[in-house]
Design a binder for this molecule. Structure first.
Ligand code: ZN
Length: 237
């Protein structure tokens, strides 16, 4: 899989539906490079590193986790540089690390989740689960060297620990799975959380949204979807 450019500084490795691998993002300034999400596994993180090398891009100095879910976080032990995530994501990963030390955890995941089974079909042992190096619970503004990166917690009907990345100079907004109303956490998939997300997204200028499991789309299109299909899905569940 090849890295695709969105601008001179911004790239992404597309999502892969077969294994439910999420899109991985990459933005570089003159001093620092920032990646979005660590990937599903060591193999996924290594594929991302190889795709960067293939285009002569330096490895990331920082990796932002959009939320704790396994397909976004289990590559953490294999990334280059430091990682950051919301405090809630770090707490969820610390709890998961305890669960994953149970010898039955890996076998149960492989049995119950066909995507996980496929991602880890050649793995001899369970992945090492760890939290991010840096935990935050408010907005962060990073200067990557001529490229501004705005990181902030985001309300979401998908996962309570969601974070987003806005790149004003690139007109790009990474949202992870935050707009998804797939009921992976039924307590979180509420109309209230969806409305809070819509209100948060309405404050952004026109830009390209990068969601983890689909192709990039304009913010206006995403808002249309959230105001119609997503609202309907939550009303009729
Ligand atoms: Zn998710």
């Amino acid at each position: 899989m090849k890295l695709l450019p969105l601008s001179e500084n911004l790239f992404y490795l597309p999502h892969e539906a077969e294994r439910d691998r999420p899109l991985l993002g990459y933005v570089r300034g003159t001093r620092l490079a920032l990646a979005v999400d660590a990937g599903y596994s060591a193999a996924h993180a290594d594929a991302f590193a190889a795709a960067l090398r293939a285009q002569n891009l330096p490895p990331p100095d920082l990796t932002l986790l959009t939320h704790w879910h396994l397909d976004h976080s289990l590559g953490l032990s294999h990334i280059h540089g430091l990682s950051l995530a919301t405090k809630a994501a770090c707490a969820a990963l610390e709890a998961l690390a305890v669960q994953a030390r149970d010898p039955g955890w890996f076998a149960a995941r492989r049995r119950d989740d066909p995507f996980f089974a496929l991602e880890y079909r050649e793995a001899a042992s369970a992945p090492r689960v760890r939290a991010a190096d840096i935990a935050f619970d408010g907005p962060l503004r990073l200067d990557l060297g001529g490229v501004a990166a705005e990181i902030f917690p985001l309300p979401s009907p998908h996962s309570a620990d969601s974070a987003a990345l806005f790149l004003p100079g690139e007109s790009a907004l990474f949202l992870g799975d935050a707009p998804s109303v797939d009921f992976s956490d039924p307590g979180q998939a509420t109309e209230e959380n969806l409305e809070a997300l819509i209100a948060a997204l309405q404050r952004f200028p026109p830009c390209t949204c990068l969601l983890s499991h689909c192709a990039p789309l304009p913010l206006s299109e995403l808002l249309d979807y959230l105001r119609t299909e997503a609202r309907q899905a939550l009303k009729t569940r």
